[in-house]
Design a protein around this ligand. Structure first.
Ligand SMILES: [Ca+2]
Length: 188
């Protein structure tokens, strides 16, 4: 009895397989790009500031950098992230902490523009299970005072022991930095 009931299902499966085989050429197309592991890397979500990004700065007297979501100067979409230093100092903007498989190999990409700055550092900060920083992976840096929108791309591997990590853009001096289209995608 059971065998008889199964037969129509098997026939249906065979029909499905035949359909699958006939659509095989579609598999030859390049795979869809992997989703970025950086939340809101396009800075589109948010109002006064982009969601999932925060600023840290040195506590020098009178130094008050301003983080904003800028809808006037942007690389793409409706907005970018802007950091302004009214006076000279050091600050860094950081993405939300991300958690991925350890030793992941990934490609980082970022768009940056700047005015009147002294130095810019871009990298990935890696933390262990106790939130201690175990490695700073420098991706790019410059001491150019003026920077049109520029693309930086770099492949990196998270070191062993990494539990969480974040994208960091730090800059020194007086001036303004814009950041847009930040992404980290796994390549293996
Ligand atoms: Ca954008």
């Amino acid at each position: 009895m059971k065998t008889r009931r199964l037969l129509p299902r098997l026939a249906a499966c065979a029909a499905g397989l035949a359909l699958g085989l006939s659509s095989l050429p579609a598999l030859a197309q390049p795979p869809a790009p992997t989703a970025s592991l950086v939340r809101n890397g396009g800075m589109e979500a948010g109002t006064a500031t982009p969601n999932f990004w925060r600023i840290w700065h040195k506590n020098d007297a009178g130094f008050a950098p301003v983080l904003a979501r800028d809808t006037a100067q942007k690389f793409s979409g409706d907005a970018s992230l802007r950091v302004h230093h009214p006076t000279a100092g050091y600050s860094s903007v950081q993405s939300d902490l991300a958690r991925t498989a350890p030793r992941i190999k990934a490609r980082a990409a970022i768009r940056v523009a700047a005015e009147e700055i002294e130095a810019l550092d871009i990298g990935i900060q890696c933390f262990d299970e106790n939130r201690r920083q175990i490695r700073w992976l420098s991706l790019a840096g410059t001491t150019e005072l003026e920077l049109p929108w520029r693309v930086y791309e770099e492949e990196f591997q998270l070191p062993a022991g990494t539990v969480t990590w974040q994208f960091v853009v730090g800059f020194r001096g007086r001036g303004t930095v814009w950041v847009d289209e930040v992404s980290v995608t796994a390549v293996e």
